[in-house]
Design a binder for this molecule. Structure first.
Ligand code: ME8
Length: 729
């Protein structure tokens, strides 16, 4: 009985290429770690494997992020791409190639693909007026003001000359393809969504942009840049060598294309299961064998993402518990394809339960006893009793079921099954207690029992170690040495999993020195990780503040459409209502109540009856100069998303659109405003406040409201139509 099943002779798998608008977090690490585990297993089965990852560096979103950071898009992309690659290296991920879409090789080959699509009659020139979501880099159907159905942000109206791809011509072909290839998309929920999207009708797709230039020039018409999703999806073939004249590139492309798995997050299935196959069909290139979507890693009850401000970095877990702990947790805890919660507590619990007390402890017991009783040399097991036969049968069972479950991406099930064998081996040891000699047992019988039990348990450990190698590469390499098997990396390179079977641990094998694998995590592990995240968030906030300074510098360029509102000839009299900023807590206020001490006048707020709210007597106020006032950047913003913050009765999380950018603000108005009723409402915010964290979320600004004694705050607003981003002066 071996583990290998039927395997292809070569295998190509890819991660999404990640946007360089923000640093990597655990969500990105999750998809990349899954691919790394698959790639390691395939190689260890003797399959020639190519594992591609990389970064997606063009498009309007990156251009804007760079502008905000005060540097060129290329400098910005270089920095963040370096962070992704550096992190993957620190985590020991074994990608074969890391493609950046700003590389010359990619640019030339995308141009080749575009020209091919045009030459084959699938691209024509037209013009597009409609909605565009910059965050998703996606066209959205609907009138101006439509909210992006995927991310919930406001779309922008674009009107420009474009090249169009005849996507509509592929509706039927795609449906036929899905029908004939039932394993193409997974999980089932993704498959259903994609099919229903295609059935609802496909419109031609704009595949170039003309209103900005951070992209790949369309060959022969360079005022256009290639739509960033066509550019990005093409990485899966350009990295292999599609469109290259070089013989080696061509050979690699021929060898590895079509891809066996495009592993992606579920939110980008439409791009991978509809647009990408259609582009390939149009270009006459074979289609990938499968697209598999992982679910979302959730943290603080929401999808872990930079824009929500609820991220955890892989570096933190790596530093405290090691990369293997993170890999094991992600693959064991979250059934692949489903959303799963991440928490430090659950991570430490799994680590202690399964790794420190489970596998780690088992290895240490057996290796130490082989050293103690047999001088570190594997004894002859002798004749097996029923107990050994039972353990062997379980091990062979695990060997037969682990591979198919893993290859179906059921990592959690595969590990669960294997850990039953860990527990059984542990139980077998305890039941036979080779460390305890009952008085009635002769020395010779006891030595025979010790030999039998330790050799059998060590063999079970060898199989467990080999199987779990793709998930715990660092720990298993240590165990392999302790079992006297040499370097696991060499064994993996030589396809050792292919011939894995019971009975490989030969008597006479000299064990290596015992060494700790997973030291038990103490209570402070959770605190240490939380602290590392807090420290990182603080530095990030400082970095954002620095960005704000840059933003101020580049404001004229970034906000061309943000006219200032001027008062009529004479300044309006001081309004009777003191508008009080309610979003950002002043230093002393508890974070949740977010009731700042400072007040600011709100000239644009409709005055409330004077009787209700007496104005502060002028003589009690200290005056500020006009220069002081102009330091406060008050701007018009529109609420796009409003939702309650879990476990914070008073806080609402808002995403607001300033016209030139979107941001998150926390406001202490949850007791007075229903979140749903706020969506679409125009408000006034203090746009240049330093960012601040509340309940783990970052607030980037403060909204203005009239503060009524003993009553509900009233949000500042306008009677006339005002453009987003307009400055109040
Ligand atoms: O979408 N849970 O890039 P991106 C699970 N550039 N996976 C997550 C995650 C989470 N909370 N957050 C991110 C793009 N991911 C495009 C892709 S491909 C041709 C272009 C993972 O930086 C997941 O794989 O937004 C998701 O699809 C990907 O990161 C999105 O990365």
């Amino acid at each position: 009985m071996t583990d290998s099943g039927s395997q292809p002779s070569r295998f190509y798998l890819t991660t999404p290429i990640y946007y360089v608008n923000a640093r990597p977090h655990l969500g990105h690490a999750y998809s990349t770690i899954v691919c790394d585990a698959i790639a390691r297993r395939k190689r260890a089965l003797g399959v020639e494997t190519w594992f591609l990852t990389g970064t997606d560096e063009h498009g309007q979103k990156i251009e804007r992020s760079a502008k905000l950071a005060g540097c060129s898009p290329q400098e910005f992309a270089d920095r963040i791409a370096g962070e992704f690659r550096g992190l993957w290296d620190r985590l020991g991920l074994t990608y074969d190639d890391f493609i950046r879409t700003t590389e010359e090789r990619h640019i030339r080959r995308v141009q080749h693909l575009f020209a091919t699509l045009r030459d084959r009659g699938y691209i024509y020139k037209g013009s597009y007026t409609g909605q565009y979501c910059v965050s998703d880099e996606a066209y959205v159907d609907g009138p101006p003001g439509t909210i992006c159905p995927d991310c919930g942000r406001a779309t922008e109206t674009v009107s420009e000359e474009n090249y169009f791809f005849k996507l509509s011509a592929f509706e039927r072909k795609l449906l036929e393809f899905y029908e004939a290839n039932s394993g193409f998309m997974g999980p089932e929920s993704t498959r259903r969504e994609v099919i229903s999207f295609v059935r609802s009708g496909l419109k031609d797709l704009s595949v170039s942009r003309t209103t900005f230039d951070w992209g790949i020039p369309v060959p022969g018409d360079e005022k256009h840049v290639v739509y960033v999703w066509l550019d990005a999806l093409a990485n899966y073939i350009t990295a292999l060598g599609y469109g290259s004249d070089d013989a080696k590139d061509q050979e690699r492309f021929k060898k590895f294309w079509p891809a066996d798995i495009h592993l992606i997050g579920k939110e980008i299935s439409r791009f991978h299961c509809v647009y990408w196959p259609a582009f390939l069909m149009a270009a006459g290139i074979p289609l990938p064998r499968s697209v598999k979507a992982n679910g979302w890693l959730l943290f603080d009850q929401g999808k872990m993402s930079k824009s929500r401000g609820n991220i955890v970095r892989a570096e933190t877990v790596h530093e405290v518990l090691g990369a293997d702990a993170l890999r094991y947790f992600l693959l064991r805890e979250i059934p692949f394809g489903q959303d799963g919660n991440f928490s430090f507590d659950a991570l430490v619990q799994r680590y202690n339960g399964d790794l420190a007390n489970g596998y780690g402890n088992l290895v240490s017991r057996v290796v130490n006893m082989v050293h103690k009783y047999f001088g570190g040399v594997v004894p002859e097991a002798g004749a097996a009793t029923q107990a050994e036969a039972a353990l062997r049968a379980s091990a062979e069972n695990a060997l037969a079921s682990f591979g198919p479950a893993f290859d179906d991406l059921n990592f959690s099930e595969a590990l669960k099954g294997l850990w039953l064998l860990v527990a059984e081996t542990d139980g077998y040891l305890t039941a036979n207690a080779p460390w305890k000699k009952p008085p009635e047992r002769s020395d010779a019988d006891h030595a025979a029992l010790q030999a039998r039990v330790l050799a059998t348990a060590a063999e079970a450990i060898r199989l467990i170690t080999a199987l779990v190698y793709p998930i715990l590469p660092d720990a298993t390499a240590k165990v392999w040495r302790q079992l006297g098997q040499g370097e696991l990396a060499d064994a993996a390179r030589n396809g050792f999993l292919k011939d894995l079977a019971w009975g490989g641990l030969k008597p006479g094998t000299k064990f290596g020195e015992p060494a700790p694998l997973f030291p038990r995590a103490e209570k402070d592990a959770v605190e240490r990780m939380q602290k590392l995240e807090e420290e990182n968030n603080r530095t990030a906030v400082e970095a954002v503040s620095a960005n704000d300074a840059n933003e101020a510098k580049s404001a004229p360029a970034a906000t061309p459409a943000a006219p200032a509102i001027k008062y009529a000839a004479a300044p309006a009299p001081a309004p009777a209502v003191a508008a009080k900023p309610v979003a950002r807590a002043a230093a002393k206020a508890p974070a949740e109540t977010a009731a700042p001490q400072a007040t600011a006048s709100a000239p644009a707020t409709a005055p409330a009856p004077a009787a209700e709210t007496p104005a502060t007597p002028t003589q009690e106020r200290s005056h500020i100069t006009i220069d002081d006032f102009t330091k406060v950047e008050l701007r018009v913003a529109q609420i796009l998303v409003a939702e309650r913050v879990p476990k914070a009765d008073k806080l609402l999380r808002l995403e607001v659109d300033l016209g030139y950018e979107k941001r998150q603000i926390l406001a202490g108005i949850a007791q007075y405003y229903e979140p749903e009723k706020l969506i679409g409402r125009k408000i006034v915010i203090v746009a240049n406040l330093a960012p601040r964290k509340m309940r783990g979320l970052e607030s980037n600004g403060m909204l203005l409201a009239a503060s009524l004694e003993g009553g509900a705050p009233v949000l500042a607003g306008f009677l006339e139509e005002v453009p987003l981003g307009a400055r109040l002066k």
